[in-house]
Design a protein around this ligand. Structure first.
Ligand code: MG
Ligand code: ZN
Length: 220
């Protein structure tokens, strides 16, 4: 019982900071997306395509969380308006306080979109609100189609779901039927886009969705 109440109060403190982050970003007219997936699903690769495709109409920054290294931040450094790397020093998810610290390093007035690339992990990032408006969940073809059923807590609150690495679907005999059937049970709200961050296939629909979401909240 004690352990459970400790976890609850940690989450409550996190949620309060997340709310402050959200208000701060909203006041600056910035749409915030929290991107979660397993390691290696292609979060960074997706952003490498997305950020230049949306510019100059929408100017993006990235907050990227990794256990160690600044490699993802370096990959994104030339593309985004600004990149802030958070090293979690072994922590397996980002927390709202870490994002708050990262926001202090960004020039918010020059931004329209903030992508938060969470630590690759299909479990606990689901419990930590970071101050985002929308949750993006990535699933990649090599992981197989059974992940929605196995990790429902990450897919349930998703506002959009992308199946990445569709260029490998033929080779790996991947079918999205199982994904769709499992989603029908837990999340019928989120649109599903089949994409390849490597070839660019399917990404226009994702870009359009992002433009619509930004316009819906902040106008043109
Ligand atoms: Mg990455
Ligand atoms: Zn964690």
């Amino acid at each position: 019982m004690t352990k459970i109440s400790v976890v609850r109060s940690v989450l409550k403190a996190n949620d309060a900071v997340a709310e402050v982050n959200r208000k701060r970003l909203e006041a600056a007219g910035i749409l915030v997306l929290n991107i979660t997936s397993a390691p290696g699903s292609g979060k960074t690769a997706l952003l490498e395509r997305t950020i230049p495709a949306l510019a100059p109409g929408l100017r993006s920054a990235v907050v990227v969380g990794d256990l160690q290294t600044t490699r993802d931040a370096e990959r994104l450094g030339g593309l985004a308006v600004e990149v802030a790397q958070i090293n979690t020093e072994g922590g397996c998810h980002l927390q709202a306080t870490q994002v708050a610290d990262a926001l202090d390093t960004l020039a918010l007035k020059d931004l329209d979109l903030l992508f938060i690339e969470n630590v690759g992990n299909m479990v606990c990032p689901a419990s930590y609100d970071l101050g985002e408006h929308l949750r993006v969940v990535l699933l990649s073809v090599p992981e197989g189609p059974d992940k929605v059923a196995k990790y429902p807590t990450i897919f349930q609150p998703a506002d959009v779901i992308l199946i990445n690495k569709m260029d490998l679907a033929g080779l790996l005999e991947f079918s999205d039927e199982i994904v769709r059937a499992d989603l029908a049970r837990i999340n019928t709200r989120a649109p599903l886009f089949k994409v390849s961050a490597r070839t660019g296939e399917g990404l226009e629909a994702w870009y359009d969705w992002l433009r619509v979401q930004h316009r819906a909240r902040f106008g043109s």
